[in-house]
Design a protein around this ligand. Sequence first.
Ligand code: BES
Ligand code: ZN
Length: 410
Amino acid sequence: MKTATMALLMFVATSAMAHVPDMENFETKPILADLKDLRALNIPVLAKDERIEVGYAIVTPLMQQRIQERSHQVGKCGGFEDLSLDMHVQGAGFNGILDNLAKIQEQNALYDRAPFAPLALEKNAAIESALTEVSEDNLRAYVTWLSSFPSRSNRDAEPNRHVDEMKTRLESMLAESKIPYEISQINHTSTKQRSLKVRLVGSERPNEIVVLGGHLDSINQSWGGGKTAPGADDNASGSANLIEALRILMSKSQPKRTIEIFWYAGEESGLLGSAEIAKQYKAEKKDVVAVLQLDMTLFPGSGELVIGSMTDFTSSWLREYLKAANETYIHARIVDDKCGYGCSDHASWNRQGYPALMPFEATFSKSNKNIHTTRDVITPESNFKHSAAYTKIAVVMGMDLANSDARQPY
Ligand code: BES
Ligand code: ZN
């Protein structure tokens, strides 16, 4: 088994440091990035996995900037995943990290190869009726409210202002809940910003958890100019989907499994909040059966109700589940696509071995180009009918998956 994993990884004998001029050594970072980008930029690749086209490198700030510039040219955002947290906390080194990632990909591939019966969801009247409650007006109101904060960045002078206000808002909403709940803020060591968590406790198997999440923070990465970061699409939209899903789910009967809804901190600075949470859950051996990540749902770049389903750092079982849920309840078009790097919080859960899913607003190349700027506001192209489909996905997972004993088969 070890040999199979090792065969996937070709380690380059030389150290990255040997190629890096001293002046640049300041603040190097371990990262995972698209192999093509690393090669095109002549950045020493320390380890790689050709199947997932991901390479491991230690990069200087200058190299980080080059990767960012290059990925912007090809329509990506940051273009790499920062592994600093894993290195410090686990002391895993790149062998450990890539080894672990390869194992997870192997698990996902096992499912791909196994001849399991295709998934199908039987229509359930309660779920059908719940889906009619998804309100585009509510979504618009939540996105308007969240994007009106000057910034929700974890590097803001007041990084928790919106987190506190959101907690107050959710508390008054939850006062009406028919399901026992807990609401809490989660402190982090990697950022002063806090994540927010609502737990709807399961009736029969409360230790089995269905996670629904998205990042609440925003960022402005443009040089100079104003520093407001409205982040309407990225990611007030996914955050709003989750508020709306909570509003509907808490009014329904108690699910057998526990549903945990997360609004993560510091995603834009390197998946900070979710990385700590997923690591903690793994350390505590929590039984997370599925993780939904909603990040950017408002811009229908590939057409209204065309949903991009990210195939990297996600579970094939959950992607099949999404297709089945779509057939029965959502009636959108699902198109497989890739980020090419751990572009959002699902990657944090995936790295800990939990099955994750990321339905996205469009295919990668057709996604909103105005994110991370002052222009990420509600525009005439913002489409709340499109966005509503992602709340529906969350509601189906909360009412179907959280009431079943389905699990990722290995
Ligand atoms: N929402 C984006 C990810 C994204 C952008 C996915 C465009 C697909 C298309 C997310 O908030 C983000 O910006 N992620 C960072 C990476 C993270 C590890 C800092 C990125 O893509 O640069
Ligand atoms: Zn972003």
